[in-house]
Design a protein around this ligand. Structure first.
Ligand code: CIR
Length: 261
């Protein structure tokens, strides 16, 4: 899919008060802002026009905008994030998205969905049931997506100790090429229903880099993971390494920082 737009929200001053399971210490605000700026520059370099939301002190995790919506070529769905402290993030994302998608759909209670649990591969959507996305939410999302003419599949990642979201462990790079950490590989292959021409396995030491993002002719990848970066380069996928250290401290990956469409 060719992207022309992205919605982002820079981290706010209380970013360090968000949710995290990482034990790397609190993120540094100035460094996070700089990393976010570089992320936006990379998106622009890939040909994407950026709409920037204001940081909201009520929502320290609000910079992870991907969790608040599922945005597709045929329509968009506002989620109902699974963490109670994040549920209000959808208000401002919804206001902005309506300018592009007047018929915005939504997930209703008691369903919950985090956008990080939804992975699109050429019109097929894999939905992860996780600690954040429940079965009711996944089913509502399937109905919405299938109503738009897409196909869907569900994978249960609740047994995983390391995957916060489905896309913590996999990324689809187009043309049948996937990136996956070992933990999710088997589930992915068992799921079927979509094209797996090639699966690039991410080493356990580089598992954070499984969350990479294809944006037009490039792949945004976290800096500091030489094996995956080299593998992408060898395949002509144009990796663009971006420093993500401060977002990693808050359990966030590259994909979470934008809604691309
Ligand atoms: C959270 O726990 O909700 C945030 N601190 C991190 C969310 C990361 N989002 C994502 O992987 N899609």
């Amino acid at each position: 899919m060719h992207f022309t737009r992205a919605i982002v929200r820079p981290p706010g001053r209380n970013f360090a008060s968000g949710l995290t399971s990482a034990a790397d210490g609190p993120p540094q605000f100035d460094a996070a802002l700089l990393q976010h700026r570089r992320y936006c520059e990379a998106l622009r370099a890939c040909g994407v026009e950026i709409t920037r939301l204001e940081a909201d002190p009520l929502y320290p995790d609000g910079t992870f905008v991907e969790d608040a919506a599922i945005v597709t070529a045929r329509g968009a769905i506002l989620t109902r994030p699974g963490a109670p402290t994040r549920s209000g993030e959808t208000d401002s994302v919804g206001r902005t998205l309506r300018a592009f998608y007047p018929d915005l759909l939504k997930i209703d209670a008691p369903g919950t969905v985090d956008g990080g649990d939804v992975c699109e591969a050429d019109g097929h959507f894999i939905i992860g049931v996780s600690a954040r996305t429940n079965e009711r939410g996944a089913n509502q999302l399937r109905e919405h997506l299938e109503g738009m003419g897409y196909s869907t599949g569900v994978v249960d990642i609740r047994g995983s100790e390391t995957l916060l979201h489905l896309k913590t462990g996999i990324a689809y790079l187009g043309d049948g090429v996937w990136v996956g950490c070992r933990e999710i590989e088997r589930e992915l292959e068992a799921l079927g229903g979509f094209n797996i021409r090639e699966l690039i396995s991410v080493a356990a030491t580089e598992s954070y880099a499984a969350n990479c993002v294809r944006v037009n002719e490039s792949v945004l990848v976290p800096a500091g993971y030489p094996r995956i970066t080299q593998a992408l380069d060898l395949k002509g996928l144009h990796p663009l390494p971006l420093e993500m250290s401060e977002f990693k401290k808050m359990d966030g990956g590259l994909s979470c920082l934008s809604l691309r469409f």
